[in-house]
Design a protein. Structure first.
Length: 581
């Protein structure tokens, strides 16, 4: 049984394919289209399906659309807040985008054009007629046989966590901007059954508040929140009380978010590209503190209700690795697992896993046959295909006899390497398949990498460390393969790896073992042999405005249009003339 999961409603359009409980492939559409987050800015084009990601998933399995049994779409319009399930009447809305897209998100979290399309889609609620999206699959080739499923957006987030987690039984916490009408869900997965315990509905949304502050600070809302998280480390909690006026925990597993009125509270907004001041740092820091406080209260309530030792998380807010670390260190759970594609891309995975799980359960099969111990679920290209492309481009290259060892030599010489190996990562983090790698031994490397990628100076770069050595370099380090938690750098090690030590003494760590990515692990081991340090700088292989590279062509274009010193693509090395020290 094949189940295809799709996210296409908001941003980060993606597809995932599951066969009898096992994930075959998953990918974001941005990797193929070069449109970051797969959508232009709002209004979101809800008709735009991730055709390239779908096509990849089908090819990876060696099947056609006609072989798919179920298609699961990560949004259920019948659950839209305020609209009874059996109501046939359309919602009268203007057919133009919002004239004030930067308005108060707590008052109007939906764009009218978005709503008009998703709610008024002809046939969507009338006598079982096919959804307009389903009709887009209904032509060409063999006749499709699939059943169509609209799956609750937050259930997709939840399922992407509890059905992929390493735990059999787990508490579940998901937080994002908004689903059909929900922003936060708390539940438990026990004995193969999922039970929701509490939900927070619009307009109360931690995700939308973080988006609003991101926009106020001059960044792109709904995509640049991670920059505000990084900015927070430079600030002080001088505005915490003001944010506590906005966000109020209700002591029952829920919270309210009032109108932010950011200009009224904090003064004029920062113009995009304008100077950053201590005032901006303090706003970001205070927001981060209140986010962490609220998430911690939610986790405590959830633990009291469930008594479970483990927590699985998803939703875009769960990409906040500083918040995750606070839940890990100060929260009640013994272990926390965050699904690496926690944002909306991961709802494609959740939709597919949940629908597959439900359909197999009808036949008495409630087994979980797949656990997510790595995120390498995207496209790969064989050595022969890579070499054919390199010859076609007439790029100067040579085959390496010892890929790990010779690349480690270059890194030990302080050269910056584009690293392209194996299957592409699913999710926003580069995890050693499509990475830029460098030595962490000199503090100047952080600024150098930000210059190469044309990033803001305040943004840190992250380390990858051999799993068995992680605790020697980072305080109380645990297994963290998805770069979704920060750890304190050990005081005695800060001087040895200054490039990856953030201003607050932390680092967003990825741990790796050989079973996850053998060549990546061997490279770090080889670097350790040469320098005594089992740590490398790892950042995503892309330049400003571009998603992570996907194809060999993407990799070569990014290499030649940036100041990278070398590209290691498969077993081949491409160098620029005069780049050797």
């Amino acid at each position: 049984m094949y189940t295809l999961g799709i996210n296409a409603v908001y941003h980060d359009s993606a597809a995932a394919l599951v066969k009898n409980g096992v994930v075959i492939a998953a990918a974001e559409d941005e990797r193929f289209t070069h449109v970051k987050h797969a959508k232009r800015p709002v209004p979101f084009s809800t008709w735009q399906l991730p055709f390239d990601a779908i096509d990849y998933c089908l090819k990876e399995a060696g099947i056609e659309l006609a072989d798919v049994d179920h298609i699961a779409y990560s949004y259920d319009p019948q659950l839209f807040s305020g609209m009874p399930k059996n109501v046939r009447a359309s919602i009268a809305l203007p057919m133009m985008p919002s004239e004030n897209p930067d308005g108060n998100p707590s008052e109007s979290p939906w764009d009218p054009l978005f709503l008009s399309y998703i709610v008024n889609a002809r046939g969507q609620l009338i006598d079982g007629a096919p959804h307009h999206l389903k009709r887009r699959f209904a032509s060409g080739g063999r006749a499709p046989r699939f059943a169509w499923h609209n799956v609750d957006h937050h259930l997709c987030h939840e399922a992407s966590a509890f059905l992929a987690a390493p735990f059999d039984d787990t508490a579940v916490l998901t937080m994002d901007g908004r689903g059909e009408g929900v922003t936060t869900s708390l539940g438990q997965f026990v004995g193969g059954e999922y039970t929701r315990l509490k939900q927070v509905e619009l307009p109360h949304s931690l995700g939308l508040l973080y988006e609003a502050v991101t926009d106020y600070l001059g960044f792109l809302h709904s995509s640049d929140e991670y920059k505000v998280m990084a900015l927070a480390s430079f600030g002080k909690p001088v505005h915490v009380d003001r944010f506590r006026e906005i966000v109020k925990y209700r002591r029952d597993g829920s919270y309210t978010v009032g109108a932010p009125r950011l200009v009224e509270r904090f003064g004029p907004r920062r113009e995009r590209g304008g100077p950053l001041t201590q005032h901006h740092f303090d706003i970001a820091h205070s927001l981060q503190v209140v986010l962490e406080e609220t998430a911690l209260e939610l986790a405590k309530w959830l633990h009291e209700r469930t008594g479970l030792p483990n927590l699985a998380m998803a939703g875009g807010v769960a990409l906040n690795c500083v918040m995750n670390a606070r839940l890990r260190d100060r929260g009640p759970f013994d272990d926390i697992w965050v699904q690496p594609a926690a944002g909306d891309a991961g709802t494609a995975l959740g939709a597919a896993l949940w629908t597959d799980y439900q359909e197999r359960a009808k036949a008495g099969d409630r087994s979980r046959k797949w656990r997510m111990n790595h995120a390498y679920l995207g496209p790969a290209y064989g050595d022969d295909d890579i070499e054919v492309f390199l010859k076609w481009t007439r790029a100067p290259y040579r085959r390496l006899d010892d890929v790990a060892g010779e690349t480690a030599d270059l890194l030990a010489q302080n050269r910056v390497i584009g690293w392209y190996q194996g299957r592409t990562e699913f999710g926003p983090r580069a995890l050693g398949a499509r990475s830029i790698l460098a030595s962490p031994l000199e503090a100047s490397m952080q600024a150098r990498l930000n210059e190469i990628k044309d990033r803001e100076d305040f943004r840190p770069v992250a380390p990858v460390v051999m799993e068995e050595h992680a605790a020697d370099w980072f305080v109380d380090a645990r297994v963290a393969p998805f770069m979704l938690f920060v750890f304190d750098v050990r005081p005695e090690m800060k001087a040895r790896i200054p490039a990856v030590t953030h201003i607050d003494g932390t680092a967003r760590v990825q741990t790796v073992n050989r079973s996850q990515h053998a060549l990546y692990y061997d490279l770090i081991a080889a670097f350790k042999e040469r320098t005594g340090v089992p740590v490398l700088v790892n950042t995503s292989f892309n330049t400003r405005g571009e998603p992570m590279v996907n194809t060999p062509r993407d990799a070569l274009e990014s290499f030649w249009t940036s100041p990278l010193d070398a590209l290691v693509i498969g077993p081949f090395l491409v160098e620029k003339q005069g780049s050797r020290p």
